[in-house]
Write a protein that binds this ligand. Sequence first.
Ligand SMILES: NC(=O)C1=CN([C@@H]2O[C@H](COP(=O)(O)OP(=O)(O)OC[C@H]3O[C@@H](n4cnc5c(N)ncnc54)[C@H](OP(=O)(O)O)[C@@H]3O)[C@@H](O)[C@H]2O)C=CC1
Ligand SMILES: O=C(O)CCC(=O)C(=O)O
Ligand SMILES: [Mg+2]
Length: 418
Amino acid sequence: MYQHIKVPADGQKITVNADFSLNVPDNPIIPYIEGDGTGRDITPVMLKVVDAAVAKAYGGARQIRWMEIFAGEKSTQVYGPDVWLPEETLAAVKDYLVSIKGPLTTPVGGGIRSLNVALRQQLDLYVCLRPVRYFTGVPSPLKEPEKTNMVIFRENSEDIYAGIEYTQGSEGAKKLIDFLVNELGANKIRFPDTSAIGIKPVSVEGTERLMRKAIQYAIDNDKPSVTIVHKGNIMKYTEGGFRDWAYALAQKEFGAELVDGGPWCKFKNPKTGRDITIKDSIADAFLQQILLRPAEYSVIATLNLNGDYVSDALAAQVGGIGIAPGANMSDSVAMFEATHGTAPKYAGKDYVNPGSMILSAEMMLRHMGWTEAADLIIRSMEKAIDSKHVTYDFARLMENAVQVSCSGFGEVMIEQMQ
Ligand SMILES: NC(=O)C1=CN([C@@H]2O[C@H](COP(=O)(O)OP(=O)(O)OC[C@H]3O[C@@H](n4cnc5c(N)ncnc54)[C@H](OP(=O)(O)O)[C@@H]3O)[C@@H](O)[C@H]2O)C=CC1
Ligand SMILES: O=C(O)CCC(=O)C(=O)O
Ligand SMILES: [Mg+2]
């Protein structure tokens, strides 16, 4: 059926029920994309650590059947020079429901548009879920890094990531600027003759589905608040719309009531009876608040670009993007991936921290309901860090650390599972 994807003969598909719960067989086929740059270092380590955790947790009764699928540079080697994202890769991610990927390179300026963004958009993986937590012993620039405990819900399908952008001097830029100036009376384009131009779509539907997931997460995980992060003071109808529609959804669907006349509102968690406060913060101020008063923030709902910035900033507070995991999700399909990119200067050197990719796999195991294996990964990560056998990113900031390689850190984790 596929041209280059080899389906493991002894594996079975994960399937989904009408309520979006999963049926996970004991031998699920899970597609993975190795990734560009350091992807080829961290992905094999992740596969080994996950296999070890599953073997230890279930004594052989369960085993993942990994299925390699292709995107990025490796895809051009397998499928041909210009094939960066084959149709069958998209089909496999959709059909097999749960997958994991390494980072993929995006050139700045010209060249291909982001394959990462293309995967999210073409599969409508509208939630980018990025939990940020502290592991004891990890070096951090903060005095009290354990106070940073947040979960980012980044809208993944809209905003300027829609890629509606025209290069300076192009027919598209000229037409669009002419239309804005002549038809809509836009008179604030400072240099219309030499401007490139981009469009930022933000919709009611896109906002509501993201906010619904963020609030449901707060309910299911007994979180005290959801903060809407936006730049609605400047971009009144896009980012400001996001804020207003998100608040409105909390009231309309979850019965939130205004606090002191609003706009903050709150409702009782139907599962625990505790208050969940819905509040908002303007993005620039939010970036200082998370450093100075992180304990006041829990679940974050934000647009695509803000979410990108906030993800790396928050990751830095708890030790850096070397251990920052994530997931891209629709209601039925989930594709897990690290927050960081391909870190090209370290590619192929067996050097970088595989933690972000391993913790993304930990999220994947939990999503599959394989909590024993997921717990084992968390415990072995804690023990590995505690043993101070860590990769360069932590070793350079830790006292008495033993620096280990990327694969070496995986081995330390596996030893800790015994
Ligand atoms: N989802 C994806 O696939 C993503 C892809 N990208 C793409 O990746 C490419 C490179 O992007 P760039 O901006 O350099 O960002 P990167 O995230 O690749 O790297 C930035 C810095 O973060 C640190 N870092 C990254 N990965 C690790 C790791 N595993 N362990 C420890 N430290 C790590 C390194 O810091 P130091 O120098 O201090 O050692 C590195 O120089 C671009 O093409 C970009 O578009 C970017 C983000 C996400
Ligand atoms: O697609 C890319 O190259 C960058 C994506 C990114 O930075 C992110 O998803 O956090
Ligand atoms: Mg990013």
